[in-house]
Design a protein around this ligand. Structure first.
Ligand SMILES: NC(=O)c1ccc[n+]([C@@H]2O[C@H](COP(=O)([O-])OP(=O)(O)OC[C@H]3O[C@@H](n4cnc5c(N)ncnc54)[C@H](O)[C@@H]3O)[C@@H](O)[C@H]2O)c1
Length: 331
């Protein structure tokens, strides 16, 4: 099971949207991309706008969205369009998965992270105070429209985040690694990553096998994201680097550095020393609560060589000891 993935120019996307001009175009959209959209969308009564998607990705706003669409006359043959970054598409996908027991949805990612990861694969969710993505569903978007022109307004921090997540794909796929290191355009790289994820999802929609490999860099990454309060992909880039460091995987560390340079990423921002108030206790507690913990073990995704990753379970206490004894974490 996979989505129909289309890479298109803004003009083509607007034409696609314009076909709904006189009908009921139900959408959940990020306020920050309003200027990218046709004027009629701004005035449409059927759009549920999000001002701060990550903060609004919760059960209270979810309920408001459901009530909003019911009032606007949504029915079981309607489609919900999601226009925004990963937080918006996660939220909109969850609304689509559950309203009237599920309606179709179409994803239009507007951040680099959304284009290569967040909008693809049908894992949709909202956050709870206890943690991220704790209420969710598997609900695949019918279509994903990738339009690179949205990226013209993307702030620097979100570029770093998107490129940070690209590093992960550069370990999973030799083809993407080559493309990154030969300085392929960002559109080429993004499309290759999106296609790669779409294919993995096709083979393992419910996350029981190969899809687990997409978690490469995410065990330490999630802990960095929560401790340092940095964007997801930025944290994944650090999660990869420090995984290779504590597992003493010198080859992967070198590959990481090579791709960081090719992507023009600011290497110093991925150094732990860049964050003077790092809270080791909180960090370890987030590692401890990782979703990939199985009884007393943690399932890690590791790199054998570019294009060949695998999982290994090691005792959580050994993994934590590797962290606490590493010089970068003790200084
Ligand atoms: N479902 C999945 O498989 C999956 C995978 C990875 C991440 N995610 C989720 O995705 C979210 C992170 O995604 P994200 O980084 O896209 O975050 P996001 O949606 O919060 O967007 C980041 C910021 O960019 C702004 N923005 C969006 N598009 C813009 C544009 N074109 N120009 C200017 N600003 C723009 C947003 O308003 C926000 O401030 C998290 O909630 C994470 O849990 C989901």
């Amino acid at each position: 099971m996979k989505s129909n993935l289309t890479y298109l120019k803004k003009l083509e996307l607007l034409k696609e949207l314009d076909s709904f001009k006189d009908g009921q175009f139900f959408a959940i959209a990020d306020h920050r991309v309003k200027n990218h959209l046709p004027q009629w969308v701004s005035f449409s009564p059927h759009i549920f706008w999000l001002k701060n998607p990550e903060e609004e990705k919760n059960l209270e706003v979810y309920r408001s969205a459901i009530e909003f669409f019911l009032k606007q006359g949504i029915n079981r043959s309607s489609t919900i369009y999601a226009i925004g970054g990963g937080a918006t598409t996660d939220f909109a996908g969850f609304v689509a998965a559950t309203i009237l027991r599920g309606v179709k949805w179409v994803s239009i990612p507007t951040t680099l992270l959304g284009m290569i990861d967040g909008s693809i694969g049908g894992k949709v969710a909202v956050n709870l105070p206890q943690g991220k993505n704790l209420v969710g569903a598997f609900h695949l978007p019918e279509k994903v429209f990738i339009c690179g022109e949205f990226l013209t307004s993307l702030p620097e921090t979100e570029w770093i985040s998107g490129k940070g997540e690209i590093l992960k794909y550069g370990f999973l796929s030799q083809e993407i690694n080559d493309l990154v290191n030969s300085k392929g355009t960002i559109e080429e790289v993004a499309l290759a990553c999106a296609k790669y994820k779409n294919e993995i999802v096709d083979k393992d929609f419910k996350d029981k096998g190969e899809r687990v490999l997409l978690n490469l860099g995410h065990t330490l990454g999630h802990a960095f994201e929560l401790t340092l309060k940095i964007p997801h992909g930025h944290a994944v880039a650090m999660g990869l680097k420090y995984l290779f460091k504590i597992m003493k995987d010198e080859n992967s560390l070198k590959e990481w550095g090579k791709m960081v340079k090719s992507l023009n990423l600011p290497e110093d921002k991925f150094e732990l020393s860049h964050f003077p108030n790092f809270d080791m206790k909180a960090f370890l507690s987030y590692v401890e609560h990782d979703k990939k913990k199985i009884d007393k073990d943690i399932r890690l995704v590791l790199v054998k060589k570019i294009g060949f990753c695998y999982t290994e379970e090691i005792p959580m206490k050994d993994f934590k000891a590797k962290i606490t004894s590493h010089a970068d974490f003790t200084n």
